[in-house]
Write a protein that binds this ligand. Structure first.
Ligand code: 4AD
Length: 459
């Protein structure tokens, strides 16, 4: 028998370790104390036969672990592969002069155990996750892609950003609600509704929680929700998903300009909160080095001015090659061109009644247009859609009629206009689009856990 066949035995004279996470593995705090840390083998480097360096990952950070000749002289060390789970025991030390490690320190391993070995060879993690693979292959392996450093940063930023939005809303005194996703009414048009059989009745997946937010303004005042919304978008674009995280808010007794200010305040406060968070700010810098926080106030531009801008820049409609006219929808491509050319956030306001939803308030000074806004950001385009809502019952009924909607299932929404109707407005922000803007990602799917769009429903 050679020493390589023998299991590693812990030296009984060593003290009991403290069981810690990598984030707490700070030498100043833990030095000279013996620690035990569990995690995944993130990177592995063998130096000759007698030394091994492992970068261990546990979700809270990365830690370089140094295995000396005694620690590598066993069969497990020989077979150790990336993504195996192990427990390491030892003492934290500063890395020797001339060497580098994450955070400048490493763990000198005095004992270790394998929890589960990951496959080696053709089945190894590195072979499964060839970074050169096509987008679709990488999306099939997204559960493994998440272990990479960029994907991990994005997911952590996602979590912190959701916290920043909640922090902003809480500071502003808004209440959070959790509306249902299964419903029998539509908000943003029938063409993007997912419908299904609900115990013998037709039901839909929510496109927006706006109508439900409106119903609780009379009891809770200003409210918000962070909820998945669903759209049966039949095209693959850089910014369309069939399921996205929708951040929506509704405010009572405000004017259109207050709505714009509140959206602007939210975007800037969330960015400021991120920049104040030391780790989030560092990740943001890694992912989008040239990011600068947008300046207030954001540029305001009416829809009619945007049409004039497109005409002046000879941007033609794709379908017929004709110039844009008042009343035309501005599709993604020309909207992106205009936003990227102007190069700063733009509130695009006052869209024509005909191209907007049934519930939108008309502008008192020009009944052809609504008190509506889209917030456009460079590199993405529209990230927010909002408006003031019709609060007169008769006007609302005319809106249903114009859009060919049966008002019956909206009785509760109509009741809001009966029992103490109130001027109000709100918005919806597409969280993935917001992140794509902030982190300068090409595609909204890059910031999703498991993106959903036409042709993709796995993993
Ligand atoms: O402009 P939208 O359709 O507005 C509404 O749903 C309103 N009812 C919201 C409200 O006033 N409470 O959608 C709002 C935002 C868009 O600006 C966009 O950022 C995002 O939701 N969004 C999508 N994001 C990804 N994929 C899609 N298919 C999206 N559709 C909308």
């Amino acid at each position: 028998t050679t020493s390589e066949d023998l299991p590693l035995v812990q030296d009984p004279s060593l003290p009991e370790p403290a069981h810690i996470k990598i984030r707490d593995a700070v030498p100043a705090r833990e030095q000279k104390k013996r620690v035990k840390i569990d995690g995944w083998v993130h990177r592995l480097r063998r130096q000759g036969k007698s030394i091994m360096f492992v970068v261990l990952r546990d979700g809270t950070g990365y830690l370089q672990c140094f295995f000396d000749s005694k620690m590598v002289s066993n069969a497990h060390a020989k077979g150790l592969s990336v993504e195996s789970t192990i427990s390491v025991y030892g003492t934290l030390v500063a890395v020797p002069e001339g060497q580098v490690a994450p955070d400048g320190h490493e763990l000198q391993v005095d004992f270790w155990e394998v929890i589960r070995m990951a496959p080696a060879g053709e089945d190894s993690f590195e072979c499964c996750l060839n970074q050169e693979a096509s987008v679709d292959v990488l999306l099939n392996q997204r559960h493994l892609v998440h272990r990479g450093e960029t994907a991990t940063k994005i997911l952590k930023l996602r979590s912190w950003l959701l916290g920043a939005f909640r922090g902003h809303f809480e500071k502003s005194g808004y209440f959070e609600i959790t509306p249902p996703c299964i419903l029998q009414t539509q908000v943003e048009g029938g063409s993007t509704l997912f419908s299904f059989d609900y115990f013998g009745e037709k039901a839909y997946l929510t496109q927006s929680s706006q109508l439900y937010l409106e119903t609780v303004c009379p009891s809770l005042g200003d409210v918000y929700c962070i909820q998945e919304s669903f759209r049966a978008e039949k095209s693959k674009t850089r910014r369309h998903l069939s399921e996205f995280t929708h951040i929506e808010a509704e405010f009572s007794f405000i004017k259109f300009d207050d709505l714009l200010c509140r959206i602007e305040e939210m975007v800037c406060d969330v960015v400021a909160r991120m920049l104040k968070h030391p780790i989030a700010a560092a990740y943001l810098k890694d992912l989008h080095p040239e990011f600068v926080a947008p300046k207030r106030p954001f540029k305001r531009m009416d829809y009619s001015e945007a049409i004039a801008w497109l005409q002046a820049h000879s941007v033609m409609k794709e379908e017929d090659g004709m110039p844009f006219q008042f009343g035309d929808d501005i599709p993604e491509k020309p909207e992106r061109f205009m936003t990227d050319t102007i190069g700063e956030p733009i509130f695009l306001c006052r869209f024509p009644v005909e191209i907007k939803s049934f519930y939108m308030m008309k502008d008192a000074s020009d009944p052809r247009v609504t008190e509506s806004c889209d917030l456009l950001m460079p590199n993405v385009g529209e990230i927010v859609g909002g408006s003031m809502r019709i609060f007169d019952e008769e006007e609302l009924m005319a809106g249903f009629k114009r859009e060919g909607l049966d008002p019956a299932p909206y009785y509760w929404f109509i009741d809001l206009r009966k029992y103490g109707s109130f001027p109000h407005g709100g918005f919806g922000l597409g969280f993935e689009r917001f992140m794509a803007w902030l982190l300068k990602r090409d595609h909204v799917r890059d910031v999703c856990l498991y993106p959903r769009y036409i042709g993709r429903c796995l993993p």
